[in-house]
Design a protein around this ligand. Sequence first.
Ligand SMILES: *Cc1c(COP(=O)(O)O)cnc(C)c1O
Length: 417
Amino acid sequence: MQRDGLHVEGVALADVAARFGTPCYVYSRAALTAAYAAYRDTLQAHGLADRSLICYAVKANSNLAILNLFARLGAGFDIVSGGELARVRAAGGDADKIVFSGVGKSREEMRAVLEAGIRCFNVESASELDQLSEVAGTVGRRAPVSLRVNPDVDAKTHPYISTGLKSAKFGVAFNDAFDLYRRAAALPHIAVKGIDCHIGSQLLDPAPAAEAAGKVLALVDRLVADGIVLEHIDLGGGMGIQYHADEPAPAASVYLAPMLARLAGRHEKLVFEPGRSLVGNAGLLLTRVEVLKPGEEKHFAVVDAAMNDLMRPALYDAWHDITRVGADETATGTTMNYEIVGPVCESGDFLGHDRQLALNEGDLLAILSAGAYGMSMASNYNTRPRAAEVMIDGDAVHLIRRREEIPQLFALESTLP
Ligand SMILES: *Cc1c(COP(=O)(O)O)cnc(C)c1O
């Protein structure tokens, strides 16, 4: 994301705050486009682009403008609910480029997704397979299916976003997958299409993804030998991004290389499900300092964004770099060690610990790398309206989600008669 502390692309963040208020999510169209291009160009460099589909994982950031932008770039989508299906369609995404993941799909969701005619269900259990076959029968269709296998590989990431170990709720145990494929192939309303694997998120080491791919490919070859031929292999998402100035993440070309090297010379189509790596560093959360509260042990800067706007610090103890918006010469505060906290009534409501900043009340702060799992995880806790979202495109600013208004927050509620 092009950013000099003051601007995103050609637009001053101070102007964004003046026009749309804070807290406000700010995205860069150029950065979103570049992140997608890095993924696609890496596939191209390995000679895989023609048979690959990049299915953006909608849950990372599901704003319609972002979905629409990726659809225009040619992306498909990885969805995890009927709600996300509706969003993708509202944003102009093609149904036949959608894959449907998730460990607990409801029958209504199965039906809606079958009727939409998507590319594939990523099935995560034997019971789901049976239920899907039954639902497909009632709508007179065959459900296209991949089994999401759990390769029992340690992704070496935060336990809450690690999904590929035996102990995880996700996927079909690797050793059960072969038999389940045989069963799937025999079910009347199931069409076996592929295989799927996603071992976790924010992965910085390329080795676990490559190891998982190796296991998946070995299983594919065993299936072929048994007469079960797959059209596609889905290797999931999970590529990590840089959150900390001192902790760089590998470029897509570096991270993906060991995994893609294993795919050379094969004929299957390929599906990828990146979420965070396409949007994370293309967004920031703009917030204003409300109150400075010097203390005996700690100094607090209370800002107008909170855990309901950006949950990652509270949920995962995640780090986001935080910078003061404005030239250093304009900083009138003294540099101190601040806890950057929100107004929500929880001690877990922090956005950053131990930040050396020169602050004054009224200053603007940018919480960086907030494009992924930021707004999509936001809530109305403390009856706080969710933030506005804007997209910068060169010198233009587009409001892509209006700030919620307070009456909307309880419009669905009623008092007793
Ligand atoms: C969340 C998720 C993704 C995206 O993961 P990122 O780490 O954001 O790339 C892909 N596939 C599945 C099944 C997921 O649950």
